[in-house]
Design a protein around this ligand. Sequence first.
Ligand code: HEC
Length: 121
Amino acid sequence: MRRMRAAPALAAPALSAPALARVAALLCALAAALMGPLLPCPAGAVEGRPPPGAAACTGCHAAGAAMGPLAGRPEAEIVAALADYRSGARPASVMNRIAKGFTEGESRAIAAYFAQIGPER
Ligand code: HEC
């Protein structure tokens, strides 16, 4: 008896790993938006694309800018700094106001983004 061929849809190549990661990050970001900071998203950001707010940081934080670059700094360090600025535990001239513009979840996504792009960029 002839073997049945797999349906074309099933035989189609699976999504590439980066595409899957993007879909997963998007779903996680969506879930995090609905559930708030209870849900830890791994990278928090869609790979390669800055999460909302991150572009605003590099005007001041970059090589050659007024403040040192955030790129390559550990995620936990950036998250902790933003939380302390937000609460007022850490004295600041501008970061207190900037940090208050972001939730804990958004801060984590921004921090993860800068940590993963590495110091060279
Ligand atoms: C208008 C300029 C400006 C922008 C925009 C800005 N920062 Fe800052 N940042 C500063 C300054 C100035 C400090 C030092 C603390 C202070 O005086 O507010 C600082 C300090 C920090 C620190 C602590 C650095 C250290 O070595 O201790 C972190 C982390 C940080 N900023 C993250 C961010 C992130 C994340 C963003 C974007 C959401 C951002 N900053 C946007 C000016 C800026």
